[in-house]
Write a protein that binds this ligand. Structure first.
Ligand SMILES: [Zn+2]
Length: 342
């Protein structure tokens, strides 16, 4: 088979890779229905995160179970399944507390930008769609549950978004936009999206944003203070991972407010005294997507949410390099990749 491999900065190739097979008895092999490029893939793509030689890429996936190892009990060949970017056994203490992305047997998925994928700990990681194969038009939305929606959902939960509360979302990438959707689902009263791009502002409004702030830094904070009667927001979702966005988030929250952070931090350092006097709650990390999968799948299948709208570029998988380029240049919010095998 052929799949995406990152060789170095801005050098993604679609080339021959070994077709995955069962290695551990707890593995499954999937035939991928859809995969995509993640904002976090752009860090190594831009050379901002070192790679150790040519690296197979991709960690968002859904598709059909092709084969399972002989210890797999719950997942069956032919099922349509969605899994998280982090594998989990769904039985260890961290999983039972709901922190599946800190499972003691966790592995971070790679290699999903390919027609076939091996998934370790299949029974704990994969969730089948109820009532069989979903209709084709729901596949993009189901794919978002694998990471970007699950991460936005965690961001809203970790920021304690409540009925009627005021929410700020820092970052207008796909995670930020789905953070808006998640805040709306939790009943937020006012959702302020920080975005400078028309297409993203429009989608933010579609997903439930009530206000758009285009300013950043001190000007952005000042405007948010103005909107929140000088106090700051109850909940702030940080969905970027830079020093600037983290400070924007902390400064936008009211004393006693909650800041979640789900953008993978790159060179972020917090000043202890500043944090001390901010009086905010902080909670973030890699989203425990597995915990939310059954609920998110249900919301999508019932037509309550349509998170697949974040895909504004659809490409055959062999054009994966263009997907990276378009997202790097911010021409696309998120690129959906479709293998030719489906
Ligand atoms: Zn676990």
């Amino acid at each position: 088979m052929q799949g995406a491999v990152l060789y170095g900065p801005r050098d993604v190739r679609f080339e021959k890779r070994e077709t995955p097979k069962i290695i551990q008895p707890t593995d499954a092999v999937l035939r991928i229905a859809a995969t995509c490029v993640c904002g976090s893939d752009l860090w190594p793509y831009r050379g901002l995160q070192p790679i150790d030689g040519p690296t197979p890429m991709g960690h968002e996936y859904c598709g059909f179970v092709e084969e399972v190892g002989n210890a797999v009990k719950l997942v069956k060949p032919g099922q349509f399944v969605i899994g998280s970017f982090a594998t989990s056994d769904n039985t260890c203490p961290n999983c039972l507390y709901g922190y599946h992305s800190s499972c003691i047997h966790r592995e971070f998925m790679l290699r999903a930008q390919a027609p076939f994928l091996r998934v370790p700990l299949a029974d704990g990681t994969l969730v089948p769609t109820p009532a069989g194969t979903p209709s084709h038009d729901l596949i993009p939305s189901l794919l978002t549950a694998s990471d970007v929606l699950g991460t936005g959902w965690f961001a809203a939960e970790a920021a304690n978004v409540k009925q009627g509360g005021t929410v700020v979302v820092v970052g207008d990438g796909a995670v930020g936009l789905l953070g808006v959707l998640s805040a709306r689902q939790r009943g937020a009263g006012r959702i302020i999206a920080m975005s400078r791009k028309d297409a993203r502002q429009k989608l933010a409004r579609d997903f439930g944003a009530t206000d758009i702030v285009t300013e950043r830094g001190e000007a952005g904070t000042a405007l948010i203070k103005e909107i929140t009667k000088g106090i700051g927001a109850d909940s702030v979702l940080e969905c970027v991972g830079t020093q600037e966005s983290m400070m924007q988030a902390i400064q936008s929250a009211r004393p006693g407010g909650f800041v979640s952070y789900v953008g993978v931090p790159h060179d972020v350092t917090l000043d202890g005294a500043q944090l001390f006097f901010s009086h905010v709650h902080l909670h973030g990390g890699p989203a425990p997507v597995r915990r939310y999968l059954p609920k998110l799948i249900e919301l999508i299948l019932n037509g309550n949410i349509e998170p697949g709208k974040v895909f504004d570029l659809v490409l055959p998988l062999d054009q994966v390099a263009e997907g990276y380029r378009a997202m790097d240049e911010r021409r696309a919010i998120k690129a959906l990749l479709l293998p030719q095998t489906v």
